[in-house]
Design a protein around this ligand. Structure first.
Ligand SMILES: C[S@@+](CC[C@H](N)C(=O)[O-])C[C@H]1O[C@@H](n2cnc3c(N)ncnc32)[C@H](O)[C@@H]1O
Length: 341
């Protein structure tokens, strides 16, 4: 049997950060050193050891376990920060077919065997989804757990984040899920205020798709999403299609030279896209939309507007990690804009 690569990547693949990391190793010793590298905000919320004053893991009706806020988690603040427990290099990915499970089983078993017994317990506490034709035996259990929870990395490796793996999916998630290749940490931050008792959610599928397409992807995890965006699909599907259309048109046009006339029209579209994304707190797409509005303003010689948009982009990247390459890239853009004054 084989796995579709997307099944190992419970999130959209926006830009460099999403589902992607330049992972080298997942060392537990790194956990304690995290705070120093990432600054005071992260130190306060560093939950890598799973001891948190701001969230707890408990039963989520119909979803198995889930992560719940125990206090108000304000928009923009970090919910969870975790280094990889381990990562493996998968066999070759065959387009349209996926990875050969058989070829991965030994590597996953070996990686799990190398963990401490505490870490093995943590790994085995993660959800295991098997397809109906996959026998209920101990054999391959590690592989099934891995497949149900791990994230694909940009360097081709696949990694396990057992605490973050307890977060359930929503097509209107309240948290953003970002990999910082610089800090080698996966960071979950609040896309909007998360109220005490509210479940924390991330997305396992690209959000700018119709309900039907999202459900197809989510079926790989053995559930059917019943979030409010899915319920309300008559309204959300056309909006998400419209956002996807705007995004692809803007990306396409901005990759080329544009006239001032075109820039004015495109800027209106970028602003409309930003508004729709902001309404739904879609943090996977917003930084890109802000950047496009900034770039168009810049092309139109409106430096003040370009700076404003660029600052909005930077703020979102910094919510995750001010040291990330995305933050640094946004700073570079802002500097370029400012020096054009
Ligand atoms: C990465 S795990 C999330 C944590 C999991 N609930 C647990 O008990 O460990 C993914 C699994 O959680 C469940 N799940 C996640 N989001 C869900 C949702 N929106 N509705 C129903 N089940 C969901 C599915 O069983 C899925 O295979």
């Amino acid at each position: 049997s084989s796995i579709d690569s997307s099944a190992l990547c419970p999130s959209t693949s926006f830009q460099i950060q999403y589902c992607g990391r330049t992972l080298e190793h997942g060392e537990a010793a790194f956990l304690d050193g995290v705070g120093n590298e990432l600054g005071p905000a992260l130190k306060a919320n560093n939950t890598a050891r799973g001891v948190s004053s701001i969230w707890e893991v408990r039963e989520s009706p119909g979803k198995g376990l889930g992560v719940f806020a125990t206090t108000l988690i304000t928009a923009g603040s970090r919910v969870m920060v975790e280094p990889p427990l381990f990562a493996i290099k998968p066999p070759e990915f065959i387009p349209g077919k996926g990875y050969e499970i058989e070829a991965m089983i030994a590597d996953v078993d070996k990686a799990v065997a190398a963990l401490s017994s505490e870490e093995q317990d943590e790994f085995r506490s993660c959800h295991e989804h098997r397809l109906p034709n996959e026998a209920a035996s101990e054999h391959r259990r590690n592989m099934f757990i891995f497949r149900s929870n791990a994230y694909t990395l940009t360097d081709g490796k696949i990694a396990m984040f057992p605490k973050i793996a307890k977060i359930n999916h929503s097509c209107r998630p309240n948290a953003a899920n970002v990999w910082s290749s610089v800090s080698r940490l996966r960071i979950i931050w609040a896309a909007r205020d998360i109220l005490p008792g509210e479940e924390v959610s991330v997305t396992y599928a690209p959000l700018l798709q119709t309900r039907e397409d999202r459900q197809k992807r989510l079926a790989q995890y053995g559930f059917r999403c019943s979030c409010e965006a899915c319920h309300d699909h008559a309204h959300t599907d056309p909006r998400r299609k419209q956002m996807a259309r705007l995004l692809s048109e803007l990306e396409d046009r901005l990759a080329r030279k544009t006239s001032a006339f075109a820039n004015k029209k495109l800027l209106l579209k970028a602003t409309a896209l930003v508004e729709m994304l902001e309404e739904e707190h879609m943090m996977d797409y917003l930084p890109n939309a802000y950047r496009m509005a900034a770039e168009l303003s810049f092309r139109l010689d409106n430096i003040t507007a370009a700076e404003d948009w660029a600052r909005q982009e930077l703020r979102l990247h910094e919510n995750a990690d001010e040291l990330s390459s995305a933050s640094q890239d946004a700073v570079a853009f802002l500097l370029k804009t400012t020096s054009a004054r």
